[in-house]
Design a protein around this ligand. Structure first.
Ligand code: BEZ
Ligand code: FE
Length: 307
């Protein structure tokens, strides 16, 4: 076949990929991608100059990536694609903690801690001291012993440790005790801007969108035989809760930081007085049957991919 035009080209490409691609799921994805890409070009009657601008943009996104900076995740986030994927893949089982965006600043290899972890150790900036505590529970209310919470958050200036190339700060793997209780010391998170010094920042400016994320603490909560959840705890009263640049806020994920002015309690917890307290339980749904086994395999694969 030859002599393709805008009416016949899509079917020809799809047919060729359908014949050649061996993996059925890959075949489904790549042929749908071709159909949608061609339809997009036709819809907007894309010019050669415009497509070249697009190629230059994607090239710049790739060039901005390194072992610390993931500009493609950021692109997916600000396009709302990351939250679309979360919505499609994480239908929250009743009573379980809702999932939200991972973001580009998760890192493997954070220090491991037990109950009472002090994530402020080595922090280059201080903030408002906060004691975060709660339980990791099954959706039926039973404690999950020794669940692991991967925690990370920005410093008081709204910058993540990875962005400045420093040591791990306000980040750690916190293991719950045998009663499923966890506790950690950190600083109250603050709202911040998504990174605006790269091509994705240019895109945000060009679309006239704002670039702020409401304050939050990230958590990935995992336990054998339970569905892992990638989530946030947002800060009640934050000015950006209703217009998060990456569409990740859910009402069930907004926590209250309460002021505690009690020298005896501060002493008991090893906190300065006064301090803030966030009480927050995470609830995980059990893995079930075959689907559960499949997800458990994916869980390992997904976390490896971010390394
Ligand atoms: C974050 O929460 O760390 C984040 C998420 C999306 C874009 C930028 C940062
Ligand atoms: Fe964040």
């Amino acid at each position: 076949m030859r002599q393709f035009n805008e009416d016949t080209l899509t079917a020809a490409v799809v047919e060729r990929f359908q014949r050649g691609a061996k993996n059925p799921r890959f075949r489904e994805i790549i042929t749908a991608a071709v159909k949608h890409l061609h339809a997009f070009a036709r819809d907007v009657q894309l010019s050669e100059e415009e497509w070249f601008e697009g190629i230059k943009f994607l090239t710049a996104v790739g060039q901005k990536c390194d072992d610390k900076r993931q500009e493609f995740i950021l692109l997916s986030d600000i396009l709302g694609l990351s939250m679309m994927i979360v919505a499609l893949n994480h239908k929250t089982p009743p009573g379980a903690t809702e999932a939200t965006v991972l973001g580009p600043f998760f890192a493997h290899g954070a220090k491991e801690y037990g109950y009472g972890a002090d994530l402020r150790q080595g922090a280059t900036l201080t903030g408002e001291d906060v004691w975060v505590s709660g339980r990791v529970l099954s959706t039926d209310g039973r404690p999950i012993p020794h669940a692991v919470l991967d925690i990370w958050q920005a410093k008081a200036d709204g910058i993540y440790d990875l962005q400045t190339g420093g040591e791990f700060e306000l980040r750690g793997r916190v293991k719950a005790n045998e009663r499923g209780e966890y506790a950690l010391k950190s600083y109250k998170p603050k709202f911040y801007s998504v990174p605006m010094d790269g091509p994705v920042g240019d895109l945000v400016r060009a679309t006239g969108n704002h670039h702020m994320r409401p304050a939050h603490m990230h958590a990935i909560v995992s336990a054998p035989d339970y569905q892992q959840v990638i989530t946030h705890v947002f800060v009640e009263g934050d000015p950006y809760l209703d217009n998060d640049a990456v569409y990740a806020v859910k009402d069930s994920l907004v926590g209250r930081y309460k002021k505690v002015d009690d020298p005896a309690e501060a002493k008991r917890l090893g906190m300065p007085n006064p301090f803030l307290k966030l009480e927050w339980d995470f609830r995980l749904a059990p893995e079930t049957g075959q689907a559960g086994e499949k997800r458990a395999r994916k869980k390992i694969a997904a976390s490896d991919a971010i390394a």
